[in-house]
Design a protein around this ligand. Structure first.
Ligand code: AMP
Length: 419
């Protein structure tokens, strides 16, 4: 029905996932769960909303996400809450609150959930979107960064998705590293202030690194000549970055160095990376991540280093196109005559209880209609029962792929279909 008839449609920037796309969606989530767990990342669920401060501080007060995109509301108790725009801040909050950082390290967690950002909707950009992510907390070794990247890389490759990995290090906030870089960057930006887009001019004072995120063409032109962070890394950060690259080289994971990749969130330290898929148009980032060694402290905890990624399922599905799905059911009971019709539900139930996917007619169709519906269901076999079959204690099992059929004893159906 058109929205003008009911008066309702899904809110702007959201969409319904309907069969069969919804099954493909679930299949990719299951695959992600499996591939993340193969590296020891265990599932975590955090609330879909948090105290606004968790994101305001955890994502960073000067980030676009916090300044422009959060769904913030006041509940009946007068508390300011925000639908999660991303999950890292929530996961770190949960780790600190539950003292996981005082237990076995690193803490390795995976999440699969909806995120909310009030962005301008377009292809591949929604206001409710789904992220698959992992976080490793409590370890600062470069091998952890390499492992996190490996998990994402293996996931994309396993799906057959071609991606380009862009890699950078943005150093740590100290004077010997990003501090000295910031000075050089601010000096450069001041020199070119007149050519910057207006909103980027304001960023010179608040967070100069963010100018690299700008979507304004005048700013992008200025940034292409700007000094880059990798020329200013302190020796520890430079060594950390070299170690990650050799670890990736050792396992044959290719990457492009991108010294202008800074990522949109404020608390990234050292490693920043992004995966892009070639043919997605403007919204081609299918995932990204980085190290956030300062985040736990920003949220009021002790220093706990961390690194993670978030992959955008909506865009991954767009990039994959149609994917092959196994049929949900194996059998379809076709029933002819009153007695057989009464038997259809118990028989389907029996097969389902034995673990065999099964449907039967719910619309009172004739034989021909039931056979058509059997094909629609994706079942491999039609289990046909009529008067003659019931009398003999048998069913006619028709292979819908080959057209072959044979009589099978009713009490042997589970065995026959399950084999
Ligand atoms: P971010 O949390 O911004 O680093 O995003 C990580 C990934 O989530 C991106 O690479 C996208 O694939 C996906 N993503 C972020 N924002 C959106 C959005 N509004 N709609 C769809 N996917 C998104």
């Amino acid at each position: 029905m058109a929205p003008e008839e009911t008066g309702f449609s899904a809110p702007r920037g959201t969409r319904d996932l309907l069969p069969p796309a919804s099954s493909a969606w679930q299949k990719v989530i299951r695959y992600a769960q499996d591939s993340f767990s193969k590296a020891g990342y265990q599932p975590v669920e955090t609330p879909a909303f948090e105290q606004t401060e968790v994101f305001a501080r955890g994502v960073g007060a000067t980030s676009e996400v916090v300044t422009k995109q959060m769904y913030t509301f006041t509940d009946q108790g007068g508390r300011s809450l925000t639908l999660r725009p991303e999950a890292t801040a929530s996961v770190v909050r949960a780790v600190l609150e539950n003292n996981l950082h005082r237990g076995a390290l690193p803490v390795k967690l995976a999440y699969f959930g909806w995120m909310y950002r009030q962005e301008r909707p377009q292809k591949g950009r929604y206001r409710q979107f789904f992220q698959l992510g992992i976080e490793a907390l409590g370890a600062s070794a470069a091998t952890v960064d390499a492992e996190v990247i490996e998990v994402a890389d293996r996931f994309y490759k396993g799906l057959g998705l071609k991606t380009i990995l862009k890699l950078n290090s943005i150093g740590h906030p100290g004077e010997s590293c990003r501090g000295s870089y910031n000075d050089a960057l601010v000096a450069y930006l001041r020199e070119h202030e007149a050519s910057l887009a207006e909103e980027d001019r304001a960023r010179i004072a608040t967070n100069p690194l963010r100018t690299f995120d700008s979507k304004e063409s005048s700013t992008i032109a200025v940034m292409s000549e700007a000094p880059v962070i990798t020329d200013h890394l302190c020796s520890d950060c430079a060594e950390h970055f070299v170690t990650i690259r050799s670890a990736l080289d050792a396992v044959g994971i290719e990457y492009e160095l991108d010294p202008r990749l800074v990522r949109g969130l404020d608390y990234y330290t050292r490693t920043a990376f992004e995966f892009v898929a070639g043919d997605l148009g403007a919204q081609n980032a299918v995932g990204g991540g980085g190290r956030y060694d300062g985040l736990a402290e920003v949220l009021g905890g002790p220093p706990v280093p961390g690194i993670g990624f978030a992959l955008g399922l909506d865009r991954i599905m767009l990039a994959l196109g149609d994917i092959a799905l196994e049929p949900a059911v194996t059998a379809y009971v076709v029933a002819l005559g009153d007695e057989a019709i009464r038997e259809a539900f118990p028989l389907a139930t029996r097969l389902r209880r034995a673990g065999i996917g099964c449907e039967f007619d719910l619309m009172g169709r004739q034989m021909k209609g039931q056979m058509k519906d059997a094909v629609r269901s994706g079942a491999r076999f039609a289990v046909i029962i009529g008067e003659a079959e019931l009398e003999a204690g048998e069913a006619t099992v028709k292979d819908l792929a080959t057209g072959e059929q044979e009589r099978v004893a009713l009490d042997r159906l589970e065995e026959w279909l399950g084999a």
